[in-house]
Design a protein. Structure first.
Length: 419
């Protein structure tokens, strides 16, 4: 499907790349073997993590040196095997035969876990259990075709190859496929495939402004309007405006599911399987609309050759409106749209930057005067006579805040001479 050797020349032409994970649903009838493979992977991971707990000084070594050290103490060298010498931490008590690349994936996972604990200045302690997803290096999978893949699985103390069809988005042609991982959720098995995609334009925001590129400031209100976008040039001159509708349909679909939720007499959500399934459905609805709107925004930006995307830097507690199930991921999807825009924009050579919302809501974008009361109103009224859509006003103020981050000499590409 994707041959890395053929794409080597393509990647050399580009200045950067981004990593995107594709989720592929495997068609399988042997769930137990996938679970056994995952269980063996985590047992191997914990075995090596326990060695690192006993030898924390080894973490000063490079990853390659550390892997070699762990292998010498768990399986031994060729000479040790010939002379039948025992190793300090034998691995065969877990399984008589563990494939090389399966073992090394588990070792790398254990090293990453240990170094993460060390970086956070926490003492190394062996966890009671591990639920890490098995990473499949080359040698554990083969024949990765357009709609199928051959995987190596563990079954009754032996390993076997089996071919599985899968469902999901097609991987891009100009890309490099990295090591996939197996994710088991309920009775479904997913193959998560990281893909490196080349990016031709990785200029910083300052450089793009200096090159007089267009930028698009976007605000994300709640209600019928998902987003309001304003395109301006590097000098702040407005070029185009667009409103992204569809919020009412999204709210209707979401509210239908919310009406089916069961509550306790105290008013709290009941902890039940019924509610959990509904909340998962609400989340899928939000993700669907967030993906759709993010794609529409990027198509709009591409059509006007926009190179900078300016979005609000929303605080964790920020919300436009309180919905029946509180301030959670199930209500306002502004952050979710920004999350999708972040990686999708970079892939297309558009850089996304977050800007403070200071004075965006209560200031007139024309004269800077403080606005009159905006409670439950879609239009704003300025004391100096300016009127208009409040969300468009917020988007314009966001654009002004963005330009304020850059001095005039940067925008104009000149420097003021000192007298």
């Amino acid at each position: 499907m994707n041959k890395n050797n053929e794409n080597k020349e393509i990647f050399e032409k580009f200045t950067g790349y981004c990593t995107i994970t594709y989720r592929l649903l495997l068609y399988q009838t042997n769930l137990e073997d996938f679970q056994k493979t995952k269980e063996l992977y985590n047992q191997t991971l914990l075995h090596y993590f326990q060695i690192l707990v006993q030898h924390p000084d080894w973490l000063e070594l490079s990853n390659m040196q550390l892997m070699r050290q762990l292998e010498l103490h768990s399986i031994g060298s060729k000479n040790q095997k010939k002379e039948k010498k025992e190793v300090s931490y034998p691995l065969n008590h877990i399984s008589a035969k563990i494939p090389l690349y399966f073992r090394r994936a588990a070792i790398n996972a254990a090293i990453s876990m240990a170094k993460s604990e060390q970086h956070q200045k926490r003492s190394l302690k062996l966890p009671l259990s591990s639920e890490a997803a098995p990473v499949y290096y080359k040698g554990m999978y083969r024949n990765f075709l357009k709609h199928s893949i051959e995987l190596k699985l563990y079954h009754e103390n032996s390993w076997y190859w089996n071919t599985y069809s899968f469902q999901g988005r097609s991987l891009p042609t100009q890309s490099k496929t990295l090591s996939p991982s197996l994710k088991i959720k309920g009775k479904k098995v997913w193959l998560h495939v990281p893909v490196l995609i080349p990016v031709s334009d990785i200029r910083k925001v300052t450089t793009r402004i200096r090159d007089k590129e267009l930028f698009c400031a976007i605000i994300f209100p709640a209600g019928e309007i998902f987003a309001v976008a304003v395109i301006l040039d590097a000098f702040g001159k407005e070029q185009h405006i667009r409103f992204f509708h569809g919020g009412a349909k999204h709210q209707h679909e979401r509210n239908v599911q919310i009406s089916k939720l069961n509550y306790l007499s105290s008013g709290e959500l009941m902890d039940s399987k019924h509610n959990q399934l509904l909340l998962e459905k609400i989340q899928r609805i939000n993700e669907h609309y967030a993906h759709c709107i993010s794609r529409q925004i990027l198509s709009y930006c591409e059509s006007y050759h926009v190179k900078i995307l300016v979005v609000p830097n929303y605080s964790k507690n920020f919300r436009y409106k309180k919905f029946p199930i509180g301030n959670t991921i199930y209500e306002w999807i502004g952050r979710k749209i920004i999350h999708y825009l972040d990686y999708k924009a970079f892939q297309q050579g558009i850089v996304l930057t977050r800007v403070n919302l200071k004075n965006c809501f209560n200031t007139c974008s024309f004269c800077g005067a403080t606005l009159l009361s905006l409670k439950n109103k879609k239009e704003y009224n300025c004391p100096n006579g300016h009127r208009g859509n409040r969300y468009l006003n917020e988007a314009r103020n966001l654009a002004k805040n963005f330009l304020a981050y850059y001095p005039i000499e940067t925008k104009l590409g000149i420097k003021e001479k000192k007298k």
